[in-house]
Ligand binder design. Structure first.
Ligand SMILES: *Cc1c(COP(=O)(O)O)cnc(C)c1O
Length: 308
């Protein structure tokens, strides 16, 4: 248990439910598909965003910080979740957004939602954004945006995508909730923080399978670094299959979109397109390739809901 977890104002639904899915395309290969409905944890902080933010909110509150500062692109689920958390918990939030050219433009629906929740948006050019982990760059950003004295003090900084050691430890709870429930647990990966924690929380004989939605092939190292920071070394049995990014972050293919629509119709599940659709599509392809032994219970983590 994490102390100071801000449960009362947020009322998360935990553990999230597990639902079996009757789908012939899996059954005919002897694979039982199950859904881990993390999308139902909280209406404003769904899925892994709740699991990753909750321990950071606790740390910010315990450290006496009145302001959260974090980073994201113009459609970031993480920025929206952080803004909502700030509203619910009475914390100020600052979103550092990639793309100087967006300053002064009408906000898209995702950023408008952030602003409605009280988030102060600070647009930076792409070079600055890319170098935000560099201490000097971060210090410059903080000087530009940090509230003056008496305005919440030094912001608590949450990295892009919310993935730091606290977040990874928060995601280990997802693995623990799934002990004994499946042989293979699939999850879509952005920063890899969710997979890093999930793998650590699973039990003997269970393995985690990550489906990166970004092109690059760098994610394995990032996950090892996150596990080192969170647990002091490697944890759990996990692997990545890099074939299902469909061209990169935010990219889709007609086949992916058709698959997602069909899955929604068959099963009545709203399928988030940037991550969850790629995961489910990957799990079906792998099943058809014979990657899972007959009798396998295959858990798909539904990490989020479709964006507004
Ligand atoms: C943010 C997000 C992810 C990625 O999680 P990481 O921990 O960054 O790998 C996956 N699915 C959904 C729906 C998300 O919003």
């Amino acid at each position: 248990m994490i102390p100071h977890l801000p449960r009362p104002p947020l009322h998360p639904r935990l553990p999230s439910p597990v639902e079996p899915v009757a789908d012939d395309r899996f059954h005919r290969h002897g694979v039982r598909l199950l859904l881990k409905r993390d999308d139902l944890i909280h209406p404003d902080l769904p899925g892994n965003k709740w699991r990753k933010l909750a321990p950071n909110l606790a740390a910010a509150t315990a450290g006496g910080h009145g302001t959260l500062l974090t980073f994201g692109g113009a459609y970031s689920n993480h920025l929206r979740a952080t803004a909502a958390a700030g509203r619910l918990l009475g914390l100020r939030t600052i979103g550092v957004v990639r793309g100087q050219e967006l300053a002064g433009q009408p906000l898209n629906t995702s950023l408008a939602r952030c602003a409605d929740d009280g988030m102060r948006l600070h647009f930076v050019d792409r070079t600055t954004y890319r170098e935000k982990r560099d201490p000097a760059t971060l210090a410059r950003i903080l000087r530009e945006v940090a509230p003056r004295d008496g305005d919440g003090g030094t912001p608590y900084v949450v990295p892009e995508g919310g993935s730091n050691a606290e977040a990874v430890r928060g995601c280990a709870e997802l693995g623990r909730e799934l002990q004994g429930a499946a042989g293979v647990v699939g999850v879509a990966c952005g920063t890899g923080g969710t997979l890093a924690g999930l793998a650590a929380g699973l039990g003997e004989g269970q393995r985690a399978l990550g489906i990166p939605v970004l092109k690059g092939g760098f994610l394995g190292d990032e996950i090892r670094t996150l596990q080192e920071a969170a647990f002091g070394g490697p944890r759990g049995d996990w692997s990545l299959d890099e074939r299902f990014h469909c061209g990169g972050y935010g990219r889709t293919t007609p086949a992916l979109l058709a698959f997602a629509e069909d899955f929604e119709q068959r099963h009545g599940l709203p399928v988030e397109r940037l991550y969850v659709a790629k995961l489910l599509y990957a799990l079906l392809t792998l099943t058809e390739e014979g990657a899972f032994a007959p009798g396998t219970r295959l858990m798909a983590v539904v990490t989020g809901t479709p964006s507004p």
